[in-house]
Design a protein around this ligand. Sequence first.
Ligand SMILES: [Zn+2]
Length: 411
Amino acid sequence: MYIGSHFKLFLSILLLPVFFIFLLAADVDFRKTDLTEEITPLAFTASSDIDNFQLPSESKVKIKEGDTFYSTLMSLGVDSALINEIAADKQVKDFTKLKINDELFIEIINDEIKIKKFDEDFYVDVLKVKGREYVFEKEKENLERVAYFKEFIITDSLYASGKKADVPDSVLGDLVYIFGWDIDYAFDIRNGDKVKILYENIYSAGKLIAYGDILAAVFFNKGEKLSVIRFTQRGRKDYYSLDSSNVRKAFLRTPIEFARISSHYNPKRKHPILNTIRAHKGTDYAAKTGTAVKVTGDGVIKNASYSDSYGYHIDVMHFNKYMTRYAHLNNFAKGIKKGVKVEQGQTIGYVGSTGLATGPHLHYEFHINGKHTDPIKVEPPNAQSINSYNKEYFKQLANQRMQLIQNLSGI
Ligand SMILES: [Zn+2]
């Protein structure tokens, strides 16, 4: 049992009818104004069920970078000729387009492999493969989203303390990501910090099939209270603080994870190859040839080409004001060319040493209004906040969820 008392749970159940009325009212609003945040009916199961997770019989596979439909089915032992046949089937086309973080639910009974993929509208695509045969169907499942509440005090690491409080791994992972924009886990975590999470699980016919999203969370860190609410705006799901600002920054700190900086921005640097004083107008990251380079913000490819000094390089425009440049690439990622839209964190190319480079590294530049800026010193703006159109509605939703957290909390 989580730390909250039965009384708190009882309270929350009492609160539910009020909640539903509110949600119904909000739902009418939703249709009228075409808001994009789906309202999650916060249904709570009977108290005894809350602790009795029925673990799904399916195993969940999260699509990672480099995974394809082909490689995923190969790993399940499906015959390669059959995979090609399935991939060529127009009906299955959307199903085969796997994106990073897509989740597949796989169940193997005797020699039948059943692969499910859920989309946002509660439809489920099911691909069944048996021997040399396959069937593809779209089913509407009677899915139910159930909200859960967990809270814990950090006594050792964030992860260990969360695990002790039975917070599912995927929820902890999401928590780390969401608060990672504000909290430096290596330096900022203190014993006694508190975490409260409201998240949802997805059930089908009473069976838990997926751990869902965090709906709202509160993190008490070093005496400071950080609250986040999930909200979807213009089709993009993000987390916002109570003042409607996006917790996500418009730019990632670095285009390569865990890479060492080998040369800083320096307007007076002696160039290592040309041996003349030539400004170094970017930051260099040492990394192995082939390391993925991620675009640091949403934007549009302005240029993906070759030049003698930059080698293969990519320029990306962001919000008409910012430009980022990625140079000395070995090659571009698939589909990267002028005019293509890219999303923050997407791999756009791979580290190399093309152009004027002494060895494999990424040269990264950050321009603001056409001027070179030190990428390390620039304070990135937050990604888009709640727009005025959604503000009133967001405020209501935030109040509901924060109130619920407060009612359920026992620490
Ligand atoms: Zn450089």
